[in-house]
Design a protein around this ligand. Structure first.
Ligand code: ADP
Ligand code: MG
Length: 345
């Protein structure tokens, strides 16, 4: 059985005289042990989707299943999932170990088992040496790890994380991304991770759903979503994409010849069947897939002539803006080869 499935899920809110369609027809299946992300811009319905999985919100329409069981309408405390929030929500008057033990105490778990499980969890998040500290004595990253330990100690079937790293600065956030991924691998629990940060979703997820306007635009692995964006929204939202206008001029053995810019030809493999000769379309090309060269390449390479209008040196790479005619401008990233150079102490 999949860990979590949503079938035709809708959620609308009344807001004064208006109705907000926060989630509008979502179908998803999340497998056991997966690191799954909901990625999309602010307001696209990520938190509402998560809250329906947790049971804090009931769908207006549709079914939520956990481990195959229909839990639609079942209260949050009767669902085998736990949620971690951005605002840690730790108890300030309790030390770290007491915070982690809290849920087990309430469930009247035996004392020595609580001790064993709390120690195990604090070791997992590498905070064993901070067991007697108060949350206020810890850094933001450490507090977040306590919140994580507190959720995991209950051994839920799935852990839901809503933008858990949003309050941390960039460096700490990146360290915590690696850390969260390691912890998830170690405990093997299904993680559902909400973020509006595409880099974060791509580096951490086994699979992700790209959301927009309450719906899922694309579902796939990070590579699938990055390499083959299903919609223009996905192409724009994830990474940088060039959208180049073109007209299909024919096909040779499954490879389309697409006329772009000033009569240049691009060769495109694997186009949808709805594409025929004469179809006007947009090609999406990632900036790092384009090479800048002075010589004309061979006939098996798609090439277009252009004029570099702007150059931005970024150390590891240089970004170029290139005018390819017809009022179109594209972005090109070129990796900079760097030799190791001696540095004075
Ligand atoms: P995200 O987490 O992707 O930023 P949300 O799920 O929080 O998006 O919100 C989706 C939409 O639903 C937004 O337009 C938001 O304003 C609206 N919304 C969320 N919760 C409520 C609520 N309780 N009442 C009214 N509107 C809401
Ligand atoms: Mg949100």
């Amino acid at each position: 059985e999949p860990a979590i499935s949503l079938e035709g899920v809708y959620k609308s809110f009344r807001s004064g005289s208006e109705t907000v369609h926060a989630v509008a027809g979502v179908d998803l299946t999340i497998e056991q042990g997966e690191f799954f992300s909901l990625l999309g811009p602010s307001g696209c319905g990520k938190t509402t989707t998560m809250r329906m999985i947790a049971g804090f919100e009931d769908p207006t329409e549709g079914t939520v299943r956990l481990g195959g069981r229909d839990v639609t309408g079942v209260a949050a405390n009767h669902r085998d999932v736990n949620m971690v929030f951005q605002s840690y929500a730790l108890f300030p008057h309790m030390n770290v170990a007491e915070n982690v033990a809290f849920g087990l105490k309430r469930k009247r778990v035996a004392k020595d088992e609580i001790k064993r499980r709390v120690t195990e969890m604090l070791d997992l998040v590498e905070l064993g040496h901070r067991a007697r500290h108060r949350p206020t004595q810890l850094s933001g990253g450490q507090q977040q790890r306590v919140a994580l330990a507190r959720a995991l100690v209950n051994q839920p079937a799935a852990l839901l994380l809503d933008e858990p790293l949003g309050a941390l600065d960039l460096k700490l956030r990146q360290a915590m991304q690696v850390e969260l991924k390691r912890i998830q691998r170690e405990v093997g629990i299904t993680f559902v991770y909400v973020t509006h940060d595409q880099g974060e979703a791509l580096t951490m997820s086994d699979r992700l759903a790209v959301m927009n306007n309450g719906g899922v635009e694309q579902l796939g692995t990070p590579a699938e979503v990055y390499e083959r964006p299903a919609t223009r929204f996905v192409a724009d939202f994830i990474g940088t994409s060039n959208l180049i206008r073109g007209v299909v001029r024919g096909d040779v053995g499954g490879v389309w010849r697409v006329e772009i810019a000033d009569g240049a030809t691009a060769l495109v493999a694997g186009s949808p069947e709805t594409v025929t000769s004469g179809t006007h379309l947009h090609l999406t090309v990632r900036p790092e897939k384009i090479r800048i060269g002075v010589d004309r390449p061979g006939d098996d390479v798609s090439a277009v002539q252009g004029v570099i209008t702007e150059t931005v040196y970024l150390g590891a790479a240089t970004h170029y803006q290139v005018d390819i005619g017809g009022g179109e401008e594209i972005t090109v990233y070129q990796q900079n080869a760097s030799d190791s150079a001696p540095v004075a102490e």
